[in-house]
Ligand binder design. Structure first.
Ligand SMILES: Nc1ncnc2c1ncn2[C@@H]1O[C@H](COP(=O)(O)OP(=O)(O)OP(=O)(O)O)[C@@H](O)[C@H]1O
Ligand SMILES: [Mg+2]
Length: 278
C-alpha cells in the first residue's frame, strides 16, 4: 500500500498487486514508489491552490461588482428619497413638479441601466449597450442635470460651460459615459464644500476629444494622487472610493484615458480623452 498525503491528510491510497514478473518489491522499487507518492502529493496541492485562487478571484470580482452596484444605486436612491419626502409640502409648487419629473425620470433610467449591467455581468459579458449618440449633447445633458441638483440643494456653485465644438458623433455606451461624467462632476462639487466654480470644457484635436472638468476646490495631496483611481480609496466620511475607479474603467472600455492635475487649496482638473471615431 502506498499512501499519498496532502497537509497530513490521507488523499490517496495506492494498493499494489504483485509485480508482473512475480518478483518481490526491491528497495529501489519502494524508493521509486515513495517519489511517485511525493510527486502526486505536490500535484494535488497545486491543483487545490489553483482551484482556491480561481475561487477567491471570482469572489473578489463579485464583491467588487456588488460594491459598485451598491455605490451607483445609492446615489439615485438618495435623490429619489429626498424628492419623495418633499412631495407632500411642495406638490403645489410648479417649479418643484417640473424638476421632480425630470430628476425622477433620470434617476429611474440610471437604476434601469445599472440593472442591465448587472444582468450582463451575471451572463459574464461586457456592457452590450452600444448606441450612437452626440457626445457634446450627452455632456451638456449631464451638466444640466447636475446643475438642477445643485440649484435644488441651494449650493452656491456656478457652472461654466466652455464648449469648443458643437457636436461629436460617437458610438459607445452613453449611459456608462454619463455615469463617468456624473462621478467627476460630483467629486468636483464635493471638493468645493458647497461654494465655488465648476468649469466644463470640451475640445478636439481631430484625433481625440477631450473633456476637462475643473473645480476650485480643496485639491489633492501630491502623496495621494497616484492612488485615487484605485478602488476603495477615499478621504470622505461617506465615500466608498469607487467613483473614480468606475469612471476609469468606463473610459478605458471606450479606448480612452483619464488624467488628473491638482493643486492643494486651488483646485483640480480631470481630463477624459476619447478617440475620435470616423
Ligand atoms: N475633484 C476632486 N478634488 C479633490 N479631491 C478629489 C477630487 N476627486 C477625487 N478626489 C479624491 O479622490 C478620492 C477618491 O474619489 P472617488 O470618487 O473614487 O471616491 P469618493 O468620492 O471618495 O467616494 P464615492 O465616489 O465612492 O462616493 C476622494 O475621496 C478624494 O480624496
Ligand atoms: Mg466620488
Amino acid at each position: 500500500m502506498v499512501p499519498v498525503f496532502n497537509d497530513k491528510k490521507l488523499e490517496i491510497l495506492m494498493i499494489l498487486g504483485e509485480k508482473l514478473s512475480g518478483d518481490m518489491f526491491t528497495h529501489d522499487d519502494i524508493n521509486l514508489l515513495g517519489i511517485i507518492s511525493n510527486q502526486l502529493a505536490v500535484s494535488i496541492k497545486n491543483a487545490q491552490l489553483y482551484k482556491d485562487k480561481v475561487h477567491s478571484e471570482r469572489l473578489a470580482s463579485i464583491g467588487m461588482m456588488s460594491a459598485t452596484f451598491a455605490h451607483e444605486i445609492r446615489n439615485p436612491l438618495t435623490s429619489l428619497k429626498t424628492f419623495a419626502q418633499l412631495m407632500p409640502e411642495k406638490y403645489n409648487d410648479p417649479e418643484f413638479r417640473d424638476s421632480f419629473s425630470k430628476i425622477v425620470e433620470g434617476e429611474i433610467e440610471r437604476i434601469d441601466g445599472l440593472i442591465s449591467d448587472l444582468l450582463d455581468f451575471s451572463m459574464e459579458k461586457k456592457s452590450s449597450r452600444t448606441n450612437y449618440f452626440d457626445l457634446v449633447s450627452l455632456l451638456d445633458e449631464t451638466v444640466n442635470y447636475v446643475k438642477e441638483k445643485l440649484d435644488f440643494e441651494k449650493k452656491n456653485i456656478g457652472i461654466e460651460k466652455n464648449y469648443g465644438i458643437s457636436a461629436m458623433k460617437m458610438s459607445g455606451d452613453a449611459t456608462n459615459l454619463k455615469q463617468a461624467f456624473i462621478n467627476l462632476l460630483t467629486n468636483g462639487c464635493q471638493a468645493m464644500n458647497g461654494e465655488g466654480k465648476l468649469k466644463v470644457d470640451i475640445n478636439t484635436d481631430k484625433k481625440h476629444v477631450e473633456i476637462a472638468i475643473t473645480d476650485t476646490g480643496e485639491g489633492i495631496d501630491p502623496d495621494d494622487i497616484s492612488k485615487i483611481f484605485d478602488p476603495f480609496v477615499t478621504t470622505k466620511e461617506m465615500g466608498i472610493g469607487l467613483g473614480l475607479a468606475i469612471s476609469k474603467r468606463i473610459v478605458e472600455d471606450h479606448k480612452g484615458s483619464i488624467h488628473v492635475k491638482s493643486q492643494l487649496s486651488k483646485g483640480t482638473t480631470f481630463t477624459i480623452s476619447l478617440p475620435v471615431q470616423i
